[in-house]
Design a protein. Structure first.
Length: 262
């Protein structure tokens, strides 16, 4: 097993994963204000920024677009994913095998686990298969660790997020992507609950430059090892500007203010 810090998706112990699977998870509505980003090539261009350590996409997008970017972008193949066109307890079908992700040139694989859902048992079993196969291919595993379901009224409360990071550690993930639990103290506890596993913060819906960067700053100061972000980067008119600032906040541990000024 290759140490996670030696993986191409990690830079100086941290990661900035640019996610663009929203067309599946949310639908084209996420691209309404930035219609030019409906073309996956436009987001792959953004991912060539030095701050980005991997781009997370589904299989179909990887097949069509990754060959043109494989020299400049590291691929994180998302193995499961679902639309929001149906109702019911959270679940996410496995759309891609680890073997096929490796064939596509993936540097890592990503897997959503909705702990707390009535489908938790199957999702844990599917994660086990993916995780153990990924180990055979020396591919790091990033868990989108999202406790969600009818038993969970608030999926970002501190105890839920530290449970989410702990589940990811227990099940063998190398990196867990979790939502920000609302305060630096809660994030710190979530990182401690993760032991030696890396925790990255989920970006969420688009906010102002300052609000977004100061939350990233708080998360990094609390022990998060970076960010997995989509809309807060590619829904911006100038993704390069925010990536320049994120590079400073994440890798150089500058404040949001300092990063925005320079
Ligand atoms: P965002 O930073 O835009 O939220 O993207 C990260 C991500 O995990 C995507 O991979 C995914 O499409 C989306 O968030 C799912 O978010 P949610 O399940 O909260 O709607």
């Amino acid at each position: 097993m290759i140490p996670i810090d030696d993986s191409p998706i990690v830079r100086d112990g941290k990661s900035l994963i640019l996610a663009m699977d929203h067309g599946l998870e949310h639908g084209p509505v996420d691209f309404e204000e930035v219609p030019e980003k409906l073309d996956p090539a436009a987001v792959f261009e953004t991912a060539t920024h030095d701050a980005v350590t991997a781009m997370a996409v589904q299989k179909g997008v990887a097949e069509g677009y990754y060959p043109s970017y494989e020299d400049d972008v590291n691929l994180l193949a998302k193995l499961n994913g679902t639309s929001n066109l149906w109702m019911g307890e959270p679940d996410s079908p496995v759309n891609c095998s680890v073997e096929y992700a490796a064939e596509l040139g993936a540097d890592a694989v990503g897997f959503t686990v909705y702990s707390g859902s009535n489908h938790e048992v199957e999702m844990f079993e599917e994660f086990r298969d993916a995780h153990e196969t990924a180990r055979e291919y020396d591919l790091p595993v990033v868990m989108w660790s999202y406790p969600r379901g009818q038993g969970l009224k608030n999926d970002t409360k501190p105890g839920t997020i530290s449970y989410a990071t702990r589940i990811a550690l227990e099940l063998g993930a190398d990196i867990a992507k979790v939502k920000y639990p609302g305060s630096p103290e809660a994030m710190e506890h979530a990182c401690r609950a993760a032991g030696d596993m890396k925790v990255v913060m989920s970006g969420g819906s688009k906010t102002s430059d300052y609000e977004f960067l100061s939350t990233v700053e708080a998360a990094v100061q609390a022990g998060a090892k970076g960010l997995a972000v989509g809309r807060n980067v590619w829904q911006r008119e100038d993704p390069t500007r925010i990536l320049d600032a994120l590079e400073k906040v994440i890798y150089e541990e500058e404040t949001a203010d300092a990063a925005l000024e320079s």
